[in-house]
Design a protein around this ligand. Structure first.
Ligand SMILES: [Zn+2]
Length: 235
């Protein structure tokens, strides 16, 4: 009888499912999954901040060009004013007014440039720090990920070995017995066959009557537990 082989197959399947479950519920795996999302967020945030800094630097350069332009304008106006060619007082007044106005604009631009430069410096500093922190985080993460992959690979290798053994053992089991097993599996899961230990069915923990034990010792027929109905394996 191939009940022992069926039992072995059942053990394989149990171990297989156990390994699968271990991978699925690995605390490290779950932690890494969460960290992955956090890191993606940080990465997106850093990209956004880099972009903002680039925008600011571009604006700052533009303002510096504006300042240069205004400076040249002032030079031109001053030249015109001090050359002494303008004698008309109204025209002179208007020129002076214009110069004052442009100088005020220059002051405003310069103030803006100072503020922007300060802001740029601050952003650069913050970004540098954040990037350093992220780099460290990435290192820790990838080390943990590597450890997890190694562990998972080991389990998966065992699963593959079980698959091979399972495929082989299935041919050593009587076809009718296999059919019965498949029929019983929806009810008992991977615990169709129960060993007898200390005269007790390990499937339901109920003691086996002496008469049944004697039949089990001969083990010529399939014997099911009177309480739970599992196939009993007596060794
Ligand atoms: Zn039982």
């Amino acid at each position: 009888m191939s009940l022992k082989k069926l039992w072995e197959m059942q053990q394989m399947r149990q171990r297989y499912l156990q390994l699968k479950q271990q991978i699925k519920t690995s605390p490290l795996g779950l932690k890494l999954e969460k960290e992955k999302h956090v890191m993606e967020k940080i990465r997106a945030d850093l990209t956004e901040r880099r972009e903002a800094l680039r925008r600011l630097s571009r604006e700052l350069r533009q303002r510096e060009l504006d300042a240069k332009e205004v400076g040249e304008k002032i030079k031109r106006l001053e030249q015109k004013l001090y050359e002494g060619n303008i004698t008309n007082s109204r025209e002179l007044k208007s020129l002076e007014e214009n110069l004052r106005w442009v100088k005020q604009e220059q002051e405003e631009i310069e103030e803006e440039i100072i503020n922007m430069a300060l802001q740029e410096e601050q952003l650069e500093e913050e970004l540098r720090k954040a990037e350093q922190e992220f780099q460290q985080l990435e290192q820790t993460y990838s080390a943990a990920l590597e450890e997890y992959h190694r562990w998972k690979q080991e389990l998966e290798e065992e699963m593959r070995r079980i698959e091979v053994s399972h495929h082989q053992i299935i041919f050593q089991i009587d076809k009718d017995l296999l059919k019965l097993y498949k029929k019983m599996r929806p009810k008992y899961g991977e615990r169709v066959v129960a060993r007898v230990e200390n005269q007790t069915c390990t499937g339901c923990r109920v003691q086996i009557p002496t008469s049944l034990l004697q039949a089990l010792r001969r083990q010529t027929d399939l014997i099911r537990c009177e309480n739970c109905g599992r196939l009993l394996l007596y060794e």
